[in-house]
Each structure stands twice: as C-alpha cells, then as structure tokens.
Design a protein around this ligand. Structure first.
Ligand SMILES: NC(=O)c1ccc[n+]([C@@H]2O[C@H](COP(=O)([O-])OP(=O)(O)OC[C@H]3O[C@@H](n4cnc5c(N)ncnc54)[C@H](O)[C@@H]3O)[C@@H](O)[C@H]2O)c1
Ligand SMILES: O=c1ccn([C@@H]2O[C@H](COP(=O)(O)OP(=O)(O)O[C@H]3O[C@H](CO)[C@@H](O)[C@H](O)[C@H]3O)[C@@H](O)[C@H]2O)c(=O)[nH]1
Length: 390
C-alpha cells in the first residue's frame, strides 16, 4: 500500500489530502502540522513522515518581513524546517512533493537539504505539484480540477516519480487534465497563473476609474470585453481590489525573482498590478469620504462583509482591512457585520502588521489592545441602523 504524508494541515493540505484519501482507498494518508490546535486533530509528525512513500509539503510560504528581499521574497523558514525534518527522520526512499507555492528553483534547494542532511543511501525524488484551488470552492476544485500540474526532473528516476504521483491523481482526474513539465516550468507556472488572474482584475479596476471619470459604466464595459471569445468573461469584475492570501504574495515573489535575474523592466511591469490594486482601495476610501462632505469624523459607517470574498471566513489580505483603516484614519465609527468572521479576528486584522497574518497563530504577535472605534455586530440590521453610510 502506498503511504502519503502531508506536512501542513492548512487550507491546502487539509482538503487536498481529504480528497486523495476519499478517491484513493488503496492509499494511506496522514496529515501533520506544527500548530498546536491543528496538531491535536491530525498529529504524529515524525512517525508518518518516516513511514510515507510520498511526502507532500503544503506549509505556508509567507512574504518575508525582514532581511534580504523583505516585503517581496518568499519566507522559506517553514518550508526549510519541514525539509530538514524529512531528512532527519527518513529511513527509506521517498518522493517529496512540493505543494506550497514557492520561488522557481526551490526544488534545487530542497534537494540540497535532503541529500546533505539525510542518512546516506536514501533516494529522494522531488516533484513540483502546485495547487490551483480557490478558497470557498476547494473541494469542488479538487474534485474537478481544470488541470493537475506535475513537474519532475527529466532523469529516469524523475520520470518514474511523476508516474507514481500521476497514478494517484488518475484515480479521479481524467488523464488529459494532467500536465507534466520540467521542474522549473511547474514552479513558474503557478506564479504566472496567479499573476495573469490578478492582472485581469487590476486591468478592469483601472478601467473603472476611467469609467467614473467619463460616465461609462464599468459593468457594461467589462461585459462587452468579456464577450470576445479570445478574452472571455471570468475575472473581469471590477471591485474594491483583490484580496486573499495568494495574489499579492505570489506577484511580489514574481517581482523579486525578476529583480534577482536582472530583469528590472519585468519587475516594474508586474509591480504595477499591485500598485493599481492599492490605488483602487485608496480611491474607494477617498470617494466615500468625499461623498460625505470630506469628513467621516464621528459618523457611523456600516461595513457589510469583512472576508476577502463571499461565502468564506478567510480575512487574509482582505481589502476590507485597508478600507476600514482608511476610514478609521478619518475618525469614522465602524459597525462591522460578517456572519463568517468573529470579532477577535477583525480586531487582530485591524491591529496586525502587514504579512503577520501568514504565520501559524501561535507565532503571531500577541493580540494587541482592540480598536475602540469599531463595533462588531451579529446582524445586518443592527449594523446599518442610523448609519451615515453602508
Ligand atoms: N490557500 C489557498 O487557496 C492556496 C492555493 C494554492 C496554493 N497555496 C499555497 O499553499 C501553501 C499553503 O497554503 P495554506 O493556505 O494551506 O496555508 P496555511 O497557513 O493554512 O497552512 C500551512 C500549515 O503548515 C503548517 N506548518 C508550517 N511549518 C510546518 C512544519 N515544519 N511542520 C508541520 N507543519 C508546518 C502551519 O502550522 C499551517 O497550519 C502556500 O505556499 C500557499 O501559497 C494556497
Ligand atoms: O473578477 C474578479 C474576480 C475576483 N476578484 C477578487 O480577487 C480575489 C481573489 O479571488 P479568487 O481568485 O476567487 O480567490 P483565491 O482563493 O485567492 O484563489 C486564487 O489564489 C489561489 C492561491 O494561489 C489559487 O490557487 C487560485 O487559483 C486563485 O484563483 C478576491 O478578493 C476576489 O473578490 C475580483 O476583484 N474580481
């Protein structure tokens, strides 16, 4: 029986392994994590890694907050400690699957860690198998993925490892949906896919500013553009800006890789996607304030929805944080309602420094004192009662 161990029981590791376990009754799946609350539910890290034939690395890879590449590069601390642990506890050959989103050439680094730190004689094959699921539709996306991407080395050992992982996925994914590439194409494709999606949103958001200035209607413009069979309609909805744990982080990572390769013009090009996103959030706050006689001081503003998109409780990089902070900066009183997000999370988000959110809870700074001008309420009617703006 093939044994799989997944390191990281988060948004990616949890659902991905649940689906593999459901669809592949002949595969034994274990999921492990360093976070205490998650560990109690899933745990026994070293035993499972040691016993597994295939180890998935699904740990978080946040944006670095200090040192070289701070604010752009991926922080590979979690990833490195997991790789070292695999090297320490392994006693048999393993396929290590890089599931986390990482910079191009990370496989090279993991190979160095595994071969230098492990007991002699163990053969590690490393594959890149980036995840494309979106939050809120994870299980749906895993059941019916647009594609499964597996990158491996072009050696016979690499090709054999690709086949082993392919045999897991073909138990429910049609073979023509499984794309195999070399390692670097797989790693880069993940960053490129997110950059292209985010770029569409920034493009339509940029258009929304021009629409407001000219009297055009951005929904109509976007509908017209999307009817072109070469463009298609998805990801053309204007918004307050994109949020979520991936788009900004992955584009910053791409920018950093371009810079490291001396491709400054490319770095500037992709940076613009983030700049337009920030501009959109600021522009939104400014419009709200301007429409209330240039001040919201002391005025109650109702915020309906705090997560970064509908039907989820995930607040990572939600544009609501920037909007709320902007309004609080102008001394508004905020009344917030989101059926999926609790008060503690909202208070943490409004007090936390950028990128702190992407570390396990027990490693985040202690909860700071709450922001006083906000109240979090449990129904939409209380939020909007006597509000100056919704
Ligand atoms: N969330 C998504 O929709 C999504 C989609 C595609 C790709 N990704 C990528 O997948 C990766 C994981 O994302 P996520 O949203 O699941 O993150 P997450 O923070 O929800 O989960 C990561 C988990 O890894 C654990 N961890 C960290 N170091 C560990 C170690 N040494 N040993 C055991 N456990 C460890 C953490 O405690 C955490 O529970 C990231 O690289 C992300 O960019 C995320
Ligand atoms: O037309 C659109 C579509 C989306 N958004 C916003 O874009 C953000 C991201 O949305 P979405 O892509 O649905 O959510 P994520 O869960 O962040 O998923 C993205 O990031 C994941 C992590 O890398 C990838 O795996 C997915 O393929 C990719 O869609 C949200 O704030 C949306 O409101 C818009 O503003 N306009």
């Amino acid at each position: 029986m093939v044994k799989i161990c997944c390191i990281g029981a988060g948004y990616v590791g949890g659902p991905t392994m649940a689906v593999i376990a459901l669809k592949c009754p002949s595969v034994e799946v274990a999921v492990v994590d360093i976070s205490v609350p998650r560990i109690t539910a899933w745990n026994n890290v070293e035993k499972h890694v040691c016993e597994a034939d295939i180890v998935f690395l699904s740990v978080n890879t946040p944006t670095k907050t200090r040192g070289l590449g701070a604010g752009k590069a991926a922080d590979l601390t979690y990833w490195e400690s997991a790789a070292c642990m695999i090297a320490d506890v392994s006693k048999s050959d393993k396929i290590v699957v890089e599931k986390s989103t990482v910079p191009v050439k990370t496989v090279e680094a993991i190979e160095r860690i595994l071969t230098h730190n492990s007991n002699n004689g163990i053969n590690f094959q490393i594959l890149s198998n980036p995840e494309f699921l979106a939050k809120g539709t994870a299980i749906e996306n895993l059941f019916k993925p647009d594609r499964v991407l597996i990158g491996g080395s072009e050696t016979p050992g690499g090709q054999k490892a690709i086949q082993v992982l392919k045999d897991v996925y073909t138990q429910w994914v049609p073979e023509d949906c499984i794309i195999t590439t070399n390692l670097w194409s797989a790693e880069l494709s993940k960053l490129a896919a997110n950059a292209f999606l985010a770029q569409r949103i920034s493009s339509v958001n940029a258009m929304s500013a021009l629409c407001e200035a000219t009297g055009a209607n951005v929904s109509e413009v976007s509908y017209v553009i999307g009817k072109d069979s070469r463009i298609r309609p998805k990801f053309l909805n204007a918004s307050v800006g994109f949020g979520g744990s991936c788009f900004q982080k992955d584009i910053l990572n791409l920018v950093y890789i371009c810079e490291c390769n001396g491709l400054r013009e490319l770095a500037e090009y992709w940076k613009q996607v983030i700049k337009i996103n920030d501009y959109q959030k600021i522009r939104f706050v400014n419009r709200v304030v301007a429409s209330m006689f240039n001040t919201v001081s002391g005025k109650k503003v109702a915020i309906l929805g705090f997560a970064f998109k509908k039907d989820i409780g995930d607040t990572r990089e939600t544009p609501a944080i920037d909007v709320c902070k902007g309004l609080l900066g102008d001394k508004a009183k905020l009344s917030i309602y989101d059926p999926q997000v609790n008060e503690d999370q909202i208070q943490r988000d409004l007090a936390m420094k950028k990128f702190d959110w992407d570390h396990p809870l027990h490693l985040q700074p202690m909860s700071p004192t709450g922001v006083k001008q906000i109240s979090v309420v449990w129904d939409a009617y209380t939020t909007t009662k006597d509000a100056h703006a919704v």
